[in-house]
Design a protein around this ligand. Sequence first.
Ligand code: NAP
Length: 328
Amino acid sequence: MKAIVITHPGGPEVLQLMERPRPVITHNEVLIKVMAAGINRPDVFQRKGNYPPPDTAPADIPGLEVAGTIAEVGEAVTRWKPGDKVCALVTGGGYAVYCKAPEGQCLPVPANLSFPEAASLPETFFTVWSNVFDRGTLKPGESLLVHGGSSGIGVAAIQMAKALGSTAYVTAGSDDKCSFCEQLGANKAINYKTADFKEEIKALTNGAGVNVILDMIGGDYMPGNIDSLSIEGRLVMINAINGREAQLDLGKVMAKRLIITGSMLRNRETAFKVAIAQNLEQKIWPLLLSGKIRPIVYKTFDACEAAEAHKLMESSTHTGKIVLTFVQ
Ligand SMILES: NC(=O)c1ccc[n+]([C@@H]2O[C@H](COP(=O)([O-])OP(=O)(O)OC[C@H]3O[C@@H](n4cnc5c(N)ncnc54)[C@H](OP(=O)(O)O)[C@@H]3O)[C@@H](O)[C@H]2O)c1
């Protein structure tokens, strides 16, 4: 089969269209004929050699999410049959004409969505559900601050938080990105290049702070995050772009009874991901079908233009998701 391969660690140009063996499925897996594959920032880290895939994933084919039709099913698979339209969270191998997934990590493509739209959902929706609603326990009536509001993760978090009854504040790196986030439903977007998010959050919440922060920045954001949390607030880390080491005032953690946590989705066991899929199908998929939540696809590229797609992601000029499409 044709696949986009990381030929060696490096810049976008190391992504090359090559022949690779078609994946072989086990009893509880399905083989998906891929029509579209979402791009996520972790794919860029993997391409650079900074994010090695787990042993269960192909060594050199990136891609954490796909949409397409079921081509084959393992003997223990009960839900899907060949021809069914699915999107799936995968541990790797998404940038290929065929990709395998455990059956429980597949979700039906909502009838109103295209394959590229459906392919843009799994990685960010699973991550946001797991970190904001499970670990962060965001509840209706509470408030959320998301750093990187215009990212793929950000657009999922804004929409899910708002649809489930919370207030959503975000930070983003330009006025245009801030407008985009507010049009998507954010109660307020803070341009972190021209304003201090800590002061803005203080004013927006009358000094109370937010209940949950979803942070991919880390490093020097830690003191501002701690100050921006409410009593019993929860800080959930999903990356540390600005550095893994940070200054932490433990006195404030104790005084406000804060919870600091974080997680990485990719290496988690199948049962954990299947449980998230079930929650998403029950609580979020109806909102996709009704149009209350929508995929935000900024640009699609033909799969053979994967290098251009990675260049766009690294430019950080996009808002929402970038998706590869496959001509069958
Ligand atoms: N823990 C997990 O399980 C998990 C799973 C998926 C993703 N993630 C993480 O979540 C983050 C978002 O992923 P994504 O796929 O949504 O990414 P994305 O769409 O590429 O968005 C990343 C955004 O981060 C902002 N940013 C701030 N500082 C940056 C810097 N130094 N370099 C690059 N971008 C910077 C940029 O927006 P501004 O212009 O507003 O700064 C950029 O658009 C990534 O860090 C990723 O590793 C974690």
